[in-house]
Ligand binder design. Sequence first.
Ligand code: SF4
Ligand code: SF4
Length: 114
Amino acid sequence: MDKMIAFCGITCTECPAFLATQKDDDDERKKVAEMWSKQFNAKIELKDINCDGCLSESGRLVGYCRICEIRKCGQEKVVKNCAYCADYACEKLSKFHKEAPDAKNTLEGIRGNI
Ligand code: SF4
Ligand code: SF4
């Protein structure tokens, strides 16, 4: 499977929700739902764990990704991901990266090679 880097820099193809969906494995979906319910103090159910990744047009996304402004913006600007954007790193991306340093590192790595 090719690596999918989201607009924000998250590696979708390493996300447990993405992996459970691609395997169509309900035992894994259940584990992810339980893990994230604890982690995010929210009621996440097996049926919520369906995701084809940020760059997919299938419409299957999980949680925050369904309402994400970074994804919407990246699609409107038609960039491969935010590393390729002339406005990198905008305020909304910088705010997100404070919570997701790995995603930031991924985009910084891409920018270093552009
Ligand atoms: S939807 Fe947003 S937060 Fe989710 S992977 Fe895509 S850009 Fe990142
Ligand atoms: S403006 Fe920000 S969120 Fe939008 S594509 Fe550029 S870096 Fe990403």
